[in-house]
Design a binder for this molecule. Structure first.
Ligand code: GLY
Length: 377
C-alpha cells in the first residue's frame, strides 16, 4: 500500500463543513484528504444566503439554540484568522437582523417569548414610526424586532477562504471523485473505496456530504434520515445598497451584500434532488420582497438558483460518533449550515483528537433518528 493512499482522516464532501473540518485537522498536523464529487463548495454551501442569526431564529432555550449561539460567537475571531491565512475578507458583518410585521396579528408573534432571557436572546422592539427611522428602505409596517447581535457573511467567500486555508495548512482535496462505499471490518471504518476502484485507507472517515450523506454506502443511516429540502433564491442588485441588515418579512427574507446585491429567499420543498427555480417561487419571492422594500421594484434581477439543505426529520444536525468505530457524521445542518460550520469543525476536531466535545452531543446523535423519524417506520 503506497503512503499516498493512507490518511489519518478522509472527509467525504468538500462543502463548508468538509473544508472547515479539514482546515482544523490539518492545523493539528493530521494527514487529511477531502473527497468531493464536483468542486469544493459546488452545492449548498455556495447557494446559502449567509445569515448568521441565532437570536432571530432561536426557538427556545434548548441545545440547538446553544449550539447556534456558540458557533456564532466564533465568527469574529474566525473571520480575522481567515483574513490572516488567505488575505480574503469574507464579508463578515455584524449588521443585526430585523423581523418585521405588516399587521397587528403578525406583530403579536414578534413578542419576546418567556424563554428569551434564559436563552440569552437579545432583541429590541420597534413601533411603526421607530422602524421607519431605523430602516428607511422598508415599506410602512406595523412593527418590528431588531436582533442587534446577529450578523451576515458571504458564503461563497467564506467557502473559498476556508478551502484555501485548509490547502495552505496541508489538507489535500480530490475533486471529481465519486465515492462507492465506506469499507468496514469488525464494525470499524477502514477505507473509502472510489468508483474507479481506488481504495483509500483512513484512520477516521467523516461524512460531510450534505443532503447526499445518507446515500453513501456504508453510512449507518437510513436513506430517509437525511433528505434534501430544496431552497430557491433570487438575487437582485440595486444601484446603491438599500440596507445593511438581514431582514425577515412574513413571506421572505432579504440578505444584503456590501456591493448592493440583495438575496431574497427562500422556499422549503421536499422534491428530492430536483434542481430548478420555478416561476411560482420566483413570483412569490419577488412579490414578498417588493412589498417589504418597495425600492426593490427597480432593482435588477441578477441571479437565481436552488440548492438542497440536508434535512433530518427533527430539523437538527446529525453530529459525531456512530455505531461504527472511526466513522463520524457532520451533516443534517438544514437551514444553519454556514452558521454551524465553525462549531461543527471544532466538535469533529475534538472527537478525532480524543478531546471533550465543546457541547453535549446527545441531541444531535444519529441514534435519535431511528426513534424520531416518522418516515423510517
Ligand atoms: N438559512 C436560510 C435558509 O436556509 O433558507
Amino acid at each position: 500500500m503506497s503512503r499516498a493512499s493512507c490518511y489519518d482522516v478522509v472527509i467525504i464532501g468538500g462543502g463548508v463543513m468538509g473544508c472547515s473540518i479539514a482546515w482544523r485537522l490539518a492545523q493539528e498536523k493530521q494527514r487529511v484528504l477531502v473527497l468531493e464529487r464536483s468542486v469544493p463548495g459546488a452545492e449548498a454551501s455556495s447557494a446559502a444566503a449567509g445569515m448568521l442569526v441565532p437570536h432571530a431564529e432561536a426557538h427556545g432555550d434548548n441545545p440547538m439554540t446553544r449550539l447556534m449561539m456558540k458557533s456564532a460567537a466564533r465568527f469574529p475571531k474566525l473571520s480575522t484568522e481567515l483574513q490572516n491565512a488567505t488575505g480574503m475578507d469574507v464579508e463578515y458583518r455584524r449588521s443585526g437582523a430585523l423581523r418585521v410585521a405588516f399587521t397587528a396579528r403578525q406583530g403579536k408573534e414578534l413578542k419576546r417569548p418567556s424563554w428569551a432571557s434564559r436563552a440569552k436572546v437579545q432583541q429590541k422592539s420597534f413601533s411603526s414610526a421607530g422602524l421607519s427611522k431605523l430602516e428607511s428602505s422598508l415599506a410602512k409596517l406595523h412593527s418590528g424586532v431588531l436582533y442587534p447581535k446577529d450578523a451576515r457573511i458571504d458564503p461563497r467567500l467564506f467557502l473559498r477562504s476556508t478551502h484555501l486555508a485548509a490547502l495552505r495548512s496541508g489538507a489535500e482535496f480530490r475533486s471529481g471523485t465519486y465515492v462507492e462505499c465506506i469499507e468496514q471490518r469488525a464494525k470499524k471504518a477502514e477505507a473509502v473505496r472510489l468508483e474507479d476502484g481506488t481504495r483509500i485507507m483512513a484512520g477516521t472517515v467523516v461524512v460531510a456530504a450534505g443532503s447526499w450523506s445518507a446515500l453513501v454506502e456504508g453510512v449507518p443511516l437510513q436513506r430517509q434520515d437525511v433528505i434534501p429540502a430544496r431552497g430557491q433564491v433570487i438575487e437582485l442588485t440595486s444601484s446603491s445598497p438599500l440596507t445593511d441588515r438581514v431582514i425577515f418579512g412574513p413571506d421572505c427574507y432579504a440578505v444584503p451584500r456590501d456591493d448592493g446585491r440583495i438575496l431574497i429567499g427562500s422556499t422549503t420543498e421536499f422534491v428530492g434532488h430536483r434542481r430548478g427555480v420555478t416561476a411560482r417561487a420566483a413570483r412569490d419571492l419577488l412579490t414578498a420582497a417588493i412589498a417589504l422594500m418597495p425600492a426593490l421594484g427597480d432593482a435588477r434581477l441578477t441571479g437565481s438558483w436552488s440548492n438542497f439543505r440536508p434535512f433530518a426529520a427533527d430539523g437538527l444536525p446529525v453530529l459525531g460518533k456512530t455505531g461504527v468505530d472511526g466513522l463520524l457524521l457532520a451533516t443534517g445542518h438544514y437551514r444553519t449550515g454556514i452558521l454551524l460550520a465553525p462549531i461543527t469543525a471544532e466538535i469533529i476536531r475534538c472527537l478525532i483528537l480524543g478531546k471533550r466535545s465543546p457541547v453535549p452531543l446527545a441531541s444531535f446523535s444519529s441514534s435519535r433518528l431511528a426513534r424520531s423519524s416518522p418516515l423510517s417506520k
